[in-house]
Write a protein that binds this ligand. Structure first.
Ligand SMILES: Nc1ncnc2c1ncn2[C@@H]1O[C@H](COP(=O)(O)OP(=O)(O)O)[C@@H](O)[C@H]1O
Ligand SMILES: [Mg+2]
Length: 320
């Protein structure tokens, strides 16, 4: 299990460290997919990157909490263990397949580099492994592909190659941050099918960062909804769709294109996600919430609703 416990992170903003993720707890179980959803700027990527301690390269500091892999803290690991873990036990797939590949190296050299980093295979076996990985992600004619350069390939092929590279270290967990957002709709469908197949075949645990509820319905076992740096609702996927509890979750679900009738405008929630440093005291959604009342200015914690596994951070959660 990969677990985040009460994590708080600060980011550099105008010369100060400002809290951008506060008291977040998440569990990614072996073989299960947890979807992390919310509007842009809510802290989803910061949370996802924390699982590999990547944010530290961009001035992100941890001020509280812990992250553990099979019970072992990432913050107790040596630099060497951490480097092996990145792309080894825990691999990451990013949104932008264009920028994640290096344009000056062939596909072959980039895949072989990852294989060399995570296995002890000799040259021939590594080449064989590269071909198998390409085959696993549905790419034909691997030999020719290994000699190609990234800019000769379509976005969908590049994303498949990045997924192949993520699989090279035989990970137990995959962190996928908006893995299909940059792709055409038809390509998105095929990449989702691929991710699902890999996940099922290899029993991967997955954190899927997305704002696409279609993708959530298709892939997730559990859902965590994030708003202004904190989790505001968490539940098994069925509960989220059948009985969304938090007004923010409900509003987000109404923004789904398929929830909008033909000819109607696509619904967007009025207002913006407050930036780090501009969060309200009490409920951070209160300015945009149609249910807000004076008491919402008091701190509100996650509370169980309907089931112990369904939690929401709203005073009025019992009212429907
Ligand atoms: N390295 C960084 N330095 C400064 N601010 C950052 C950094 N990373 C993220 N932020 C800020 O933190 C907030 C959350 O960012 P992010 O996690 O990328 O949101 P999301 O992925 O939900 O869109 C945003 O306001 C963003 O501008
Ligand atoms: Mg993001």
């Amino acid at each position: 299990m990969l677990e985040i416990k009460n994590l708080s992170l600060t980011v550099p903003l105008q010369g100060q460290q400002v809290t951008a993720v506060s008291d977040v707890s998440l569990q990614i179980q072996a073989g299960k997919t947890l979807a992390l959803v919310g509007e842009s700027g809510c802290g989803k990527s910061l949370t996802a990157q924390s699982l590999l301690r990547l944010g530290e390269f961009q001035g992100v500091h941890r001020t509280a909490g812990d992250i553990t892999l099979s019970g072992k803290s990432l913050f107790d690991m040596s630099d060497k263990t951490l480097r092996t873990m990145r792309g080894g036990a825990v691999a990451m797939i990013f949104q932008e397949p264009m920028t994640a590949l290096n344009p000056v190296f062939s596909i072959g050299s980039q895949i072989l580099e990852v294989i060399a980093l995570h296995t002890n295979l000799d040259k021939r076996a590594a080449h064989e492994r590269a071909l198998n990985l390409l085959h696993d992600v549905g790419l034909q004619d691997g030999e020719a592909l290994l000699r190609q350069y990234p800019d000769a390939l379509s976005g969908g092929m590049r994303q498949r190659i990045l997924i192949a590279m993520a699989m090279a270290g035989d990970p137990d967990f995959i962190i996928a941050d908006e893995p299909t957002t940059a792709l055409d709709v038809s390509v998105q469908k095929r990449i989702v099918a691929l991710l699902r197949k890999l996940q099922q075949d290899k029993g991967l645990g997955m954190l899927l960062v997305t704002h696409d509820f279609g993708l959530v319905a298709e892939m997730a076992d559990d859902v965590a909804v994030m708003y202004a740096g904190e989790i505001i609702e968490q539940a098994p996927v069925m509960q989220i769709f059948d009985q969304p509890a938090h007004p923010y979750t409900r509003a987000l679900m109404q923004c789904r294109p398929e929830a909008t009738l033909y000819g109607e405008r696509l619904t967007v929630i009025p207002g913006n996600v407050p930036a780090p440093g501009a969060w309200a005291t009490g409920c951070r959604f209160q300015q945009r919430c149609t249910w807000a009342q004076d008491a919402c200015q008091n701190p509100v914690s996650l509370q169980a609703w309907q089931a112990a596994t369904h939690q929401a951070r709203c005073l009025r959660v019992g009212e429907t």
